[in-house]
Design a protein around this ligand. Sequence first.
Ligand SMILES: Cc1cc2nc3c(=O)[nH]c(=O)nc-3n(C[C@H](O)[C@H](O)[C@H](O)COP(=O)(O)O)c2cc1C
Length: 169
Amino acid sequence: MFSTRRSIRKYKDLQIEKEKIDTIIENTLFSPTSKNRRPWEFIIVQDRENIEAISKVREMGSSFLNGAPCVMLVIGDPNASEIWIEDTSIAAYAIQLAAHEQGLGTCWVQIRLREHSGDLTASEYLKEKFGIPGHMEVACAIGIGYPDEEKAPHELTNELHAKVHHERY
Ligand SMILES: Cc1cc2nc3c(=O)[nH]c(=O)nc-3n(C[C@H](O)[C@H](O)[C@H](O)COP(=O)(O)O)c2cc1C
């Protein structure tokens, strides 16, 4: 399952079955978190206009979301844990793996530390549009849908293996 996952940015014009959405999010809720604080929340977005609004969150790197039948916003609560970045990242990857297991393609769109335009951050733009409390941060948006592009798995090259050390660096 890990080796065949790729970022998919083109999706078929097909809705995702409710059971699959439920399975993805239920799997994600089992994600490990520091001190089991679970400092995350999620918004499952399937309304066309809302998805279009998310696709405009950044000048570059997010427009493909407009073709996705579903986008999940991964939101962190810095007041609940100082480790929220790690915890939301694990949850976002859980969404990707659970979706892949369901035959769906996904792609992560970075929100944290990205700009919308001028002096508005990408997170602020989404918080305003989706009624997210001010103290929270949108970490990323995950586009999900039936893949409409084929990508070969990455190869386990010598260069990749060279990143792994045994016992000492
Ligand atoms: C933290 C993170 C941020 C990313 N941000 C974006 C993004 O904003 N837009 C995008 O199209 N892809 C984004 N990606 C997807 C990466 O470009 C992709 O994972 C990488 O090129 C490797 O390709 P693969 O996922 O097919 O293995 C992001 C991935 C990660 C893990």
